[in-house]
Write a protein that binds this ligand. Sequence first.
Ligand SMILES: [Zn+2]
Length: 316
Amino acid sequence: MAWTRFAKKKDMPGGLWIKCESCGAMLFRKEFEQKNRVCGTCGYHFTLPGRERIALTADHGTFVEMWTDLQPVDRLCFNDKVLYSEKLKATQAKTGETEAMIAGTANIKGIPCVLGVMNFAFLGGSMGMVVGEKIARCIEHATEKGLPVVLFACSGGARMHEGAISLMQMAKTCGALAMQNRKGGISISVMTHPTTGGVTASFASACDLLIAEPGALIGFAGPRVIATTIKKELPKGFQRAEFLLEKGQIDRIVPRSQMKDELARLLAYATGRDPVAAYKPQAVAAEPVIEVPPLPLSEEEPEPKSKPKRKKGKQG
Ligand SMILES: [Zn+2]
């Protein structure tokens, strides 16, 4: 029909498809969610919301959230077009979270640990007084209870709205790590896309083991700022996880699909817990293996065959 020539090109049905930020492929949202927000075409790891990260990492039903009463305060009455206090209220309403950090205790394949996850959806996962305090408490709690601590970083850096208060979180979190180290505790940092600024420059790089997700941007100042400052073209892959592994800044790169297994393996090694009881490796080949009844010593719940359920409410 003639009129179709003038009709506006129909957009993709709202939310059904999403475009990969890296390769531009159109991804069917349902499939994309099933792959835990990893592009099926190029393997690009999209930023994962904090709650989804916990559901993917902690054994089902074991995460007990702590320090939920900590609330950010606008000490400087900071105003950048919008008052920081107003921005906080709006972000809390939008995300349903009080801050950019979700922390508590959990089991990873049967091994108890303290788990802290940064939530990028909350003001770019920026580290202010509450985020820094929660991280410090995670580490201190781990030290006190003799538990390993696992921290997932995903942040634009220190929160400028809190000025020097946000910067002192860098020293505070590193201080807590030093204390934990002295007591023989173990800390694992998982740097996800993006981990930048004061977060990279503090606890995220100061843990015993530094893991990154593939392709994650990890750095202090952004690549554009550096290129402009030094007036030189940056090397290929600069500040990406693979580049940093090659230069020795991180210990390993672990794809999201293998993260839980790898964390369990490392925690088992670090804590000396029976890795057979704690760690049940998934099939090396892509094909599923025959289900074996759990050993008497194995974790309480067998690894679900399907991916963990999504859209879960707050746990614990
Ligand atoms: Zn892609």
